[in-house]
Write a protein that binds this ligand. Structure first.
Ligand code: NI
Length: 205
């Protein structure tokens, strides 16, 4: 979902030798553990993004690996949420971290998630890693409660407020083949579609 709307202060750089300094300039949140696969994020126009995804029934090491690779892919793209169809996998798996990798405890894996309750309304600007460069105002519930399974298949419930609620709704929409464009006014949606069409003609999409 949305790109990070706030940028935090850069940490004070430590002294480094010339070889490592260059690599660290764009440092994404430091990944710990094995090197992760960074997937290509599919862009609007790819039919998989508008197709409902299939329920996950196998909770194995492969699923856990995929979720970690999705976090890495999301952090590399400066996102706060990523759904499996965005990397070409039509399964009901999504990852969310509204801290953008700053707090490992904020990492949330949702498998087969459902919204079981919601409350209030908030209208905020939203974007999507599959529709880079475009944003629009979308009304979402202020609070949502989600029921989902974790990477091991354990059921849990989680409540989100404001940005987290928005991220949950946006990502669950992805699993249903719905993009935030569908929540915009027809006028705004058509304007974005026209611009994307133009970019595609120019080979820039
Ligand atoms: Ni999105």
């Amino acid at each position: 979902m949305p790109d990070k709307s706030t940028t935090s202060e850069a940490p004070i750089p430590k002294l480094k030798d010339a070889n490592t300094a260059a690599a660290d300039t764009n440092a994404a949140p430091a990944p710990s553990g094995p090197a992760r696969k960074i997937y290509t994020i599919l862009k609007y126009g790819d039919p998989i993004l508008e197709k409902p995804s299939n329920a996950v029934s196998k909770f194995d090491a492969e699923l856990a690996e995929l979720a970690e690779d999705m976090f890495a892919t999301m952090y590399a793209a400066q996102g706060i949420g990523l759904a499996a169809p965005q990397i070409g996998k039509s399964i009901r798996l999504t990852v969310v971290d509204v801290t953008g990798g700053k707090n490992p405890e904020a990492k949330i894996v949702l498998v087969n998630p459902e919204i079981i309750a919601f409350e209030g309304e908030k209208r905020e600007e939203e974007g999507c890693l599959s529709i880079p460069g475009f944003r629009g105002y979308v009304v979402r519930p202020q609070f949502v409660t989600i029921r989902a399974q974790d990477g091991k298949g354990e059921s849990f419930e989680i409540r989100g407020e404001d940005l987290l609620a928005r991220a949950f709704c946006h990502e669950i929409d992805h699993l249903n083949g719905i993009l935030f464009l569908q929540h915009l006014s027809m006028l705004k949606r058509d304007m974005i579609r026209r611009k994307i069409k133009k970019l595609r003609k120019q080979g820039e999409w």
